[in-house]
Design a protein around this ligand. Structure first.
Ligand code: A3P
Length: 402
């Protein structure tokens, strides 16, 4: 049965890739190494988006770019996807006491930055994954006094060269799309110019501080809002915000753990974070829970050390159930005037895609293109999830009022 599905999926992959890139069908062989197939495309990065589209349509499965490393060719990819299309078994009630047990950090830490040399204030949206952060970012992106691009993922690194090397080594090349889309928007770059601009920043190993400086300068008087959920993976990464910026502001976005955990597993984020994080678990449900628990723990500990005027806590559930009062609170906190555009996150260009890549090249929430309005019913989605949480998680949830 699964062999039949693999054969069918291999044929689907070959047909779609040939059609999307206008290649002769016989050139897209099932046993052609993916590296060679990439070489036949106008932009090698496009292969992933084509494959992701087929995986989504044929199997309803969200694929992550790093997973392409697990296979050699389209035939192996089809077999892998068919295996992965069986959802992980439901949670078996396994508990943990120490969420960090088994984790192994694979990123290089940037040395402390010189606090005498801080950039003007920026705002950060801090959250764990699947908390509605892309939606909030897109809401803020409509405000004329804010520049709120997709996930910049710059803060943890010292310079663009060392960042690029780590992204390639650990399978995070998608983290280039946020800065790419920000620079393209600010500087009016064509897709080719965007790719060149990013490549130059890496070749010249430009300091991260300098990249932020350029973005802030090009944003004019607008306040930069950096929403990158990865920052909460490590307390040191969060601490960099205080080293690089003068009195930055933090919008802490929280969501019920059961909803975030279910979304994490359904979107297969366990295949992305793999084995280089502070948390690890072979069971995707437990990994999702540990991720929610420690990321929110890090954020809570971080803001506890800051004056209360510099952070605000927002609940996803309130944001989607009644957006206006929550967004008004955010405006007041950021010191900007109310603007109706905040209520229309899907209106106009809110920088959801990497310029030059196919329409599916979304940045942030992989589901962003599946919605076109705020869906208040998702505030209640946690009620449909039946998991028993570990004590560590329940304590963090309790502190957040869940
Ligand atoms: P699902 O698509 O799994 O439901 P993040 O951007 O932090 O990764 O969070 C993504 C989640 O935000 C989505 O996960 C969804 O629950 C929620 N979300 C995204 N767009 C939304 C919308 N328009 N209305 C309500 N919730 C939304």
């Amino acid at each position: 049965m699964s062999d039949e599905r693999t054969v069918r999926l291999t044929a689907d992959l070959r047909r779609w890739i040939a059609a999307l890139f206008r290649l002769p069908a016989e050139e897209v062989r099932a046993d052609l190494p993916l590296e060679e197939l990439r070489g036949k495309l106008p932009d090698p990065r496009s292969l992933f988006f084509a494959v992701r589209l087929v995986a989504e349509r044929s199997l309803g499965l969200t694929l992550h770019e790093v997973e392409l490393r697990r296979v050699r060719d389209l035939a192996e990819l089809a077999a892998y996807l068919v295996r992965e299309s069986v959802p992980p078994p439901p949670p078996d009630g396994k508990r943990f006491t120490d969420p960090y047990e088994g984790g192994s950090w694979g990123w290089r830490m940037a040395p402390p930055a010189d606090p005498a040399d801080r950039l003007p204030a920026a705002a950060f949206i801090l959250s764990s994954a699947r908390s509605g952060s892309t939606l909030l970012r897109m809401m803020l992106a409509g405000h004329p006094d804010l520049f709120s691009p997709p996930e910049l993922n710059l803060l943890p690194f010292e310079s663009m060269g060392s960042r690029g090397e780590q992204l390639d080594r650990l399978g995070y090349s998608w983290m280039r799309y946020g800065p790419g889309s920000a620079l393209a928007n600010l500087e009016g770059l064509t897709p080719e110019q965007t790719a060149q601009r990013l490549a130059r920043l890496e070749e010249e190993d430009v300091a991260i501080r300098e990249v932020y400086r350029q973005i802030q300068e090009a944003a004019g008087g607008r306040l930069l809002v950096d929403k990158s959920p990865a920052y909460s993976r490590h307390p040191r990464w969060l601490a960099r915000a205080e080293e690089l910026f003068h009195e930055p502001l933090y919008i802490v976005l929280t969501r019920h753990p059961l909803a975030a955990i279910e979304s994490f597993v359904r979107l297969r984020f366990h295949r992305m974070v793999a084995d280089h994080s502070l948390v690890r678990d072979d069971d995707p449900w437990v990994l999702a829970e540990k991720t929610w628990a420690v990321n929110n723990r890090h954020i809570l500990d971080f803001i506890a050390s800051l004056p209360t005027r510099r952070w605000i806590r927002i609940r996803y559930e309130e944001l989607v159930a009644a957006p206006e009062p929550v967004l008004r609170r955010i405006c007041e906190f950021l010191g900007i005037r109310w603007n109706e555009a905040l209520l229309n996150p899907y209106e106009g260009d809110r920088m959801t895609r990497m310029p030059g890549l196919p329409a599916q090249s979304t940045i942030g929430d992989p589901n962003v293109l599946t919605r076109d309005r705020i869906d208040p019913s998702l505030a209640e989605s946690w009620r449909r999830v039946d998991i028993t949480l570990s004590r560590f998680t329940r304590e963090v949830a309790g502190e957040l009022g869940y």
